[in-house]
Write a protein of this length. Structure first.
Length: 204
């Protein structure tokens, strides 16, 4: 005769084989509570596995930049030191670009920068993009599927947001970033103004 073992007893036996003390004394409610705890732990581990990585720690350059700009902000507009501190911060940022949180400061409107965001799958993406505040960039074509119409000024404007710059496609110059939210940006690197000469025999 086959002796059927209940699911509760199978769980007790498994816990006992795992070395859990007094596993045979666990009641049905104890087993249910333990199962719920294990399920919660597994869900938490799965969430951590798919969550975006933590942002990088602020480096020495970032700290110095923030301190310079904070010091300049606290000074009166007529104080000569204010412009000196601002200039020093700008020069430092040009030579050692550091990621700037959008919560701290946004770039100048429609100026191309490097922007970083996480897509819907939690994957980090870095793009060349511009920030467009509301009612700052108009569109003469008035595309109802893209632009927003302002009755007061009788103007079609780009919706506020980040736009990826497409440099090598004649039909499309910018695409609105809508698969994630930009969280960092930094100025573009300063490239040489002239191209390097081609080796002899190339480019002919």
């Amino acid at each position: 005769m086959t002796c059927l073992i209940s699911a509760d007893q199978q769980a007790r036996n498994m816990l006992e084989r795992m070395g859990v003390p007094e596993a045979q004394g666990y009641s049905a409610s104890d087993l249910i509570e333990l199962a719920n705890l294990i399920a919660d732990r597994n869900r938490a581990r799965a969430a951590l596995a798919t969550a975006p990585p933590e942002p990088p720690a602020e480096g020495e350059v970032g700290v110095l930049l923030r301190e310079l700009r904070d010091a300049a902000f606290d000074l009166n507009g007529s104080d000569p030191a204010k412009s000196m501190l601002t200039r020093a911060a700008d020069l430092l940022e040009q030579r050692h670009p550091a990621p700037v949180p959008v919560s701290e400061r946004l770039p100048e409107p429609s100026v191309k920068v490097l922007a970083h965001y996480f897509n819907d799958l939690g994957k980090g993406r870095t793009i060349c993009a511009i920030w467009v505040p509301a009612k700052t960039r108009s569109d003469s074509y008035g595309d109802d599927d893209f632009t927003e119409y302002d009755e007061e000024s009788d103007t079609f404007y780009w919706p506020e947001g980040w736009y990826e710059a497409i440099e090598n496609w004649d039909d499309l110059g910018y695409v609105k970033v809508d698969e994630g939210e930009v969280i960092y940006w930094q100025p573009l690197p300063k490239w040489p103004a002239t191209a390097l000469p081609l080796p002899a025999g190339e480019g002919l």
